[in-house]
Design a protein. Structure first.
Length: 143
């Protein structure tokens, strides 16, 4: 597992890919974000989308799953911040999502020397390489 001392500023971490499906997008939307454009193709087209779009909550869940499945994993103690979240483009129900992060800051704790905070600059893109979402995440890690 990767701790704070195993990372370096500028390092890029590829968390992998996730294939969205219309069935999964609509099931998630029915439960958590039942907006018409997440559930119905015609409703999506009426607002200018080519098809059903995934809820932003679904995209966050995909990132969480890919992060959890990442090998070798992280010595995570907690997420302590999420900033500058931007939803750049809708994720369509047929998109292949890619998720990667760049390490932008490493801050060892002064009061608890066994841990520190890493800042990650996250990007989620579709199969065409277009950016879907960006955010900065701060994670407290063991060293």
């Amino acid at each position: 597992m990767l701790g704070l001392d195993d990372l370096r500023v500028g390092q890029v971490i590829d968390f992998g890919h996730w294939q969205l499906t219309e069935e999964a997008v609509t099931a998630f939307a029915r439960e958590w974000d039942p907006q018409p454009f997440h559930l119905d193709r015609d409703a999506a087209r009426r607002i200018g989308l080519p098809g059903i779009s995934a809820s932003s909550l679904h995209i966050f869940a995909v990132c969480t799953r890919l992060f959890a499945d990442f090998e070798p994993g992280f010595k995570t103690l907690a997420m302590v911040g999420k900033d500058q979240l931007r939803l750049r483009k809708p994720a369509l129900a047929t998109d292949l999502l890619g998720y990667y992060s760049e390490v932008t800051q490493l801050t060892p704790s002064r009061s608890r020397p066994d841990r520190g905070v890493v800042r990650l600059s996250d990007t989620v893109s579709n199969g065409d390489g277009e950016t879907i979402m960006t955010q900065q995440v701060d994670l407290m890690l063991r060293r």
